[in-house]
Design a protein around this ligand. Sequence first.
Ligand SMILES: Nc1ncnc2c1ncn2[C@@H]1O[C@H](COP(=O)(O)OP(=O)(O)OP(=O)(O)O)[C@@H](O)[C@H]1O
Ligand SMILES: [Mg+2]
Length: 378
Amino acid sequence: MDVSERFLQTALDGIHDCISIVDKNFQIIFVNEAASRRAGKNWRSLLGNKCYAQLWGKNTPCENCVTGKVFETGKPQQIIKGTMGTDGRKYFMEHFVFPITGKEGTVEYTVEIFRDITERKVLEEEREQQRLELGKRIRELRHAYEELKSLQNQLLQAEKMASIGILASSLAHELDTPLATISGYCELLAEDIQDENLLGRVKTISEQVIKCQKTTRGLLDFSRKSNCERKLCNIPNLINSILSLVEHRLIIHKIKLHTTFNDQTPSVLVDGNQIQQVILNLVNNAVDALPQGGDIFIETRVNHETKSVEIIFEDNGVGIPHEKRKHIFSPFFTTKEPGKGTGLGLSICKNIISAHSGKITLESRVGSGTKFEISLPL
Ligand SMILES: Nc1ncnc2c1ncn2[C@@H]1O[C@H](COP(=O)(O)OP(=O)(O)OP(=O)(O)O)[C@@H](O)[C@H]1O
Ligand SMILES: [Mg+2]
């Protein structure tokens, strides 16, 4: 080695990157200390040998060999290579290759510089991982926020419905006295009127007033607060009295009511108000499921085997798609547009029936209708 060669060797040995020079036959003609250290061999033993064999442990030139490409194109190349180290760890090497051209301009040697960028790569990968994780968290948070917002809307709606209930019951209360007065005066008038024609008219007024009274009384009964007061109740009677409240609505919606009540239905220990609330919720749902009108069938029967009274409530409305069936008893699950449904009706029904140690199940077919079966233990 002459002086300049020694200077060069010393300078390149001081560099941490692996540097080697190879000829057209991939024979190593120079390596610095970092490169021989990485290869785990003495630099002298590397010289004159194939780079792919000594540095990369291969029998033939490496796939996608950039050194070969520099010889072909005469242009510098750069790639990042992932390799498995002898310690079983994955390393990332940045590989730069420059041509050294001869007098005729052809590439005679290439200078190869390998830089271990494993640490940088690992950091980059960690950062990418954190970025993905953060994105996931943000999406989860956004989702939770949307859910919360929708719950808040539903709660507001529920409050609104509750205040409408209060309003309706106070209205019924206000109407009760004047209706009783009208009814009384009609009776007085009827006593004094001789003319059959006039008497008929007064009777019609009286009948209509009685209808109004029935509605307001029903509304008052229904809105009366109850702390789960259980009494022996006749289920058909309970159903009939709540149905009288909604008769008008059903007529308006062109819905026909068919009831089949078992006369032998024994009385059950229930909170009548709550059972009426269940029926009312089912009626309301059936009305919504019958936008063009239709039929509602209510049947009561006694199941001697399970010792229970059963209420079968059926409509021939739109039905419930299979994927929605499992959600319909969940609070706030609704398919109705905002302002129309709070999604509380059926969850309240389920709570009430469970509190009575009973069961509520459903069967439904899209386009054919929905059937709810309630069983209350005797
Ligand atoms: N008879 C039925 N036919 C078709 N779908 C029904 C029927 N009953 C309930 N559903 C479906 O189940 C959902 C939940 O009913 P639920 O009574 O709990 O709430 P809602 O009727 O939407 O609102 P709310 O009763 O609080 O006013 C409804 O939105 C509707 O999609
Ligand atoms: Mg409902």
